[in-house]
Design a protein around this ligand. Structure first.
Ligand code: SF4
Ligand code: SF4
Length: 230
């Protein structure tokens, strides 16, 4: 069995290729050059420990100690502005999501993501996917800028677009696999992961300090992108 980290790397590579194909087919979903609104006003979102480990490893190898310290200080401040339970509740309730603070992602530097190739799934799929289940089924997982660009051209058309829920399920399944192999599978927000664990930690640190959640879903791996009438 391949180690989970290499499975995550493979998943990111496949996803990036699939999303590049989507953008080539529907250039309306290409972000305007220089735009970073979603990173400037980012709501807290959930990511897995596997994604965070991947990102933290990249950050340790590529960012300076000064940058890491600055990022951690900003994350510690942001992590105090909401509770983990509110972020979980926001998954199901748009009204709760609206109340969550929106803050500048600590990895945004000079209008660019300083951990771009290691960014979490939520950042990769934002603006390129749609929700397909739960109370938000049918909602575009993206910003008003892309909606405005896409809607006039695509209204009435049937698009092949990936499901945000299905992609998240892959990460949850990966976390289950990690747990089955004896590792720790956990979820939290980016600022809380940084604030609680820093960029280098032991399993003991994790078990003692962690305020997030461990999920145990049993759904099968999801399939291919589906058709959605815009
Ligand atoms: S997803 Fe939207 S807000 Fe984010 S960079 Fe693209 S156009 Fe800008
Ligand atoms: S990790 Fe990168 S892409 Fe994601 S919100 Fe932060 S700056 Fe933006």
């Amino acid at each position: 069995m391949r180690p989970p980290r290499s499975l995550l790397r493979q998943f990111y590579a496949q996803l990036d290729a699939a999303l590049a194909e989507f953008e080539a087919q529907y250039p309306q979903f290409l972000c305007p050059e220089g735009c970073c609104e979603c990173c400037l006003f980012a709501p807290p979102f959930l990511l897995s420990l596997a994604e965070y480990e991947f990102l933290a490893d990249y950050a340790r190898r590529n960012l300076s100690l000064t940058d890491l310290a600055r990022i951690r200080a900003a994350a510690e401040e942001q992590a105090q502005t909401y509770e983990f339970a509110e972020v979980v509740a926001a998954e199901e309730d748009p009204a709760v999501r609206e109340r969550l603070p929106r803050t500048r992602c600590p990895f945004l530097e000079g209008g660019l993501c300083s951990v771009y190739s290691a960014r979490p799934l939520a950042c990769r799929m934002f603006g390129r996917t749609i929700f397909t289940s739960g109370p938000e089924a049918g909602r575009f997982n993206g910003c008003a800028i892309l909606m405005e660009a896409a809607q006039p051209v695509l209204t009435g058309q049937t698009l092949k677009i990936h499901s945000a829920d299905s992609l998240r399920q892959k990460i949850i399944n990966l976390s289950v696999l990690i747990r089955m192999q004896g590792g720790v599978a956990a979820f939290n927000t980016l600022p809380k992961f940084i604030a609680e664990l820093g960029f280098s930690w032991s399993e003991r640190d994790l078990l003692q300090n962690f305020s997030g959640a461990v999920f145990w879903p049993e759904q099968p791996f999801p399939g291919q992108p589906f058709s959605h009438t815009w």
